[in-house]
Design a protein around this ligand. Structure first.
Ligand code: ATP
Length: 307
């Protein structure tokens, strides 16, 4: 028995490393899946990036979660326990809440990487399950923390999801994401190589390139998953301003630990343990929700961050 216990003890670390590697692999696979989906997306839209989407013949009712329940497997705990939220077609909606509350899971459901166990998610009044998957995903722009860039030029990275983007559309997205000063500084402008996975660029610049790339695809819904969590205050502020402007013309949904990223959102949804605790503006939640007020006290007043 002692020998067996010793054996287990020695195995503990490699097994832990394997599990860790496994979870990183899963994250990596999700990113690859998203990139390969971007690659196969139809590139039918025209007009300047970020301009009013072409909505002819389409109702713009926004996104509705109606009593959505979800668990990652039959033996897993419920991650979303009856989430109901209405997200208007135009504006910025932010989901905040403790780690593990289910915020990123909501994005996975919107992109239909998973299906709800019960309840419905409606986009423009139509159940996501009834959407053609390719056209649904063509309508969604997703940007994550540490968004992957490709080796190649800045231009390659910008048009990755829409190789037929016009020069005007590229320039427009570059201006909207405040990348124009960077482009002016680079020796070959847009045609400058950005290094292996964009390592010639700063973290803030890489995030703005990812955002510009998403805008060039002219999505109907922009999902931003912790996109400022690794940025310094100046870069965070620059991205925040860009997002606020973009949200004037489309549905922007943000998941963030940092409240400073979301205080200007049109509405903030506080998610806790898979349950919507409260919804409101920053000021309303400060006044009415203890968890939110607590977050705010630790993050905004003392400058500490929950990430
Ligand atoms: P964080 O702020 O830390 O990113 P979150 O609020 O985004 O957290 P989720 O990532 O949605 O939370 O995770 C909610 C719960 O679901 C957590 O308990 C998490 O461990 C679990 N979970 C997330 N992804 C998976 C998965 N692919 N398989 C199994 N469980 C998962």
């Amino acid at each position: 028995l002692v020998a067996f216990l010793l054996f287990l003890f020695y195995l503990h670390e490699p097994i832990g490393q394997l599990l860790h590697a496994g979870s990183r692999l899963q994250i990596g696979l999700a990113a690859i899946r998203r990139l390969s989906e971007i690659e196969t997306l139809p590139a039918e839209r025209t007009g300047p990036a970020g301009a009013e989407p072409d909505t002819a013949g389409r109702r713009e009712e926004g996104l509705t979660f109606s009593d959505v329940r979800f668990r990652y497997g039959p033996d897993r705990p419920e991650v979303l326990c009856g989430v109901s939220v209405d997200i208007p077609a135009v504006g910025m909606t932010a989901f905040v809440g403790p780690s593990g509350a289910g915020k990123s899971t909501l994005f996975g459901l919107v992109e239909r990487f998973h299906e709800p166990d019960s309840g419905r998610i409606l986009l423009d009044g139509r159940d996501l399950a009834d959407w053609d998957l390719a056209s649904l995903r063509a309508d969604i722009g997703y940007v994550e923390q540490d968004a992957p860039l490709l080796s190649g030029t800045l231009r390659d990275n910008l048009v990755y999801g829409r190789p037929d983007a016009t020069e005007e559309e590229i320039r427009d997205a570059v201006a909207r994401t405040r990348l124009d000063t960077l482009v002016d500084r680079l020796p070959d402008g847009l045609d400058t190589a950005v290094g292996h996975r964009g390592n010639f660029l700063s973290g803030g610049e890489r995030q703005r390139v990812a955002l510009a790339r998403a805008l060039i695809r002219r999505p109907r819904l922009l999902l931003l998953d912790e996109i400022t969590s690794q940025l310094d205050a100046a870069n965070e502020m620059a991205i925040r301003d860009v997002v606020t402007t973009v949200a004037k013309t489309m549905t922007v949904i943000v998941v963030a630990h940092r409240l400073s990223t979301v205080t200007q959102a049109d509405r903030i949804v506080v998610l806790d343990n898979g349950i919507v605790r409260a919804t409101g503006t920053h000021d309303e939640l400060l006044a009415n929700d203890l968890l939110y007020a607590d977050f705010a006290a630790t993050q905004l007043l003392t400058g500490e961050r929950d990430d």
